[in-house]
Ligand binder design. Sequence first.
Ligand code: MLT
Length: 257
Amino acid sequence: MITFREWGSGVPLVLMHGFGNDSSVWQAQLDAFSTRCRVIAPDLRGFGNSSGADGAAISMDEYAGDVLELLDALGIQSAVIGGISMGGYVSLAMALNHPERVRGLVLANTRAGADNPEWAEFREALARDITQRGAIAVVEGMGDKPLRADCTPAIRAQLRDMYMRQSAAALASATRGMASRPDRTARLGDLHVPALVIGGTADVLIPSSEGLVIHRAVAGSQFVDIEGAGHLSCLDTPQAFNDALDAFLVQFQGSGK
Ligand code: MLT
């Protein structure tokens, strides 16, 4: 079962969270955009209150398939699809494999490339550690890296609590799924959809240069490198994130439900 948060009415806007997060990471966007969008933030399989992870790899395509089924159930044919980090991997999978479902694309703090062998090996070791020790293995492994250095203690605590809420099975499944995701760089030129690429100048996990790779390959895309934002830019720099999204969404106003 896939659970989700839904707010507002208007153009459907689907926001997919990153690794170890859940739909609550999008609260500032749910608050800001529900006056003119139907904002839907799913808990990807196993995360939040969603079920269905058992520790075996869940591919980015499988997460995307779950979200498409959710859209079917909600009667939504196409939506503006966005994701941060791992949610960006899922968004890219959806846009490339089901372009007819994607009206617009938002890729935040993410990359198109695959893991190199060393990173994939590290992920497998992390997945085993998670299986033994639970979410604390992620908290310790991530440390302060997902957030800007000057982030408030409240947001740090919010993120730590979010990680700690996630089941070991969900975390291990996602870790293994990310390790086996394909390199989609060569297919970026196939995207013919309005796209917004967001980076953070203080993102130490996925540098803005990765966003630039996507931006340069996707014709007509916009690139916003948010000054001072960390990896979870939607959470640690929400106003600038929302400003970028706001400017992008203007083109979809009145484009139908
Ligand atoms: C995320 O935040 O989703 C992850 O850092 C992505 C990754 O590990 O590749």
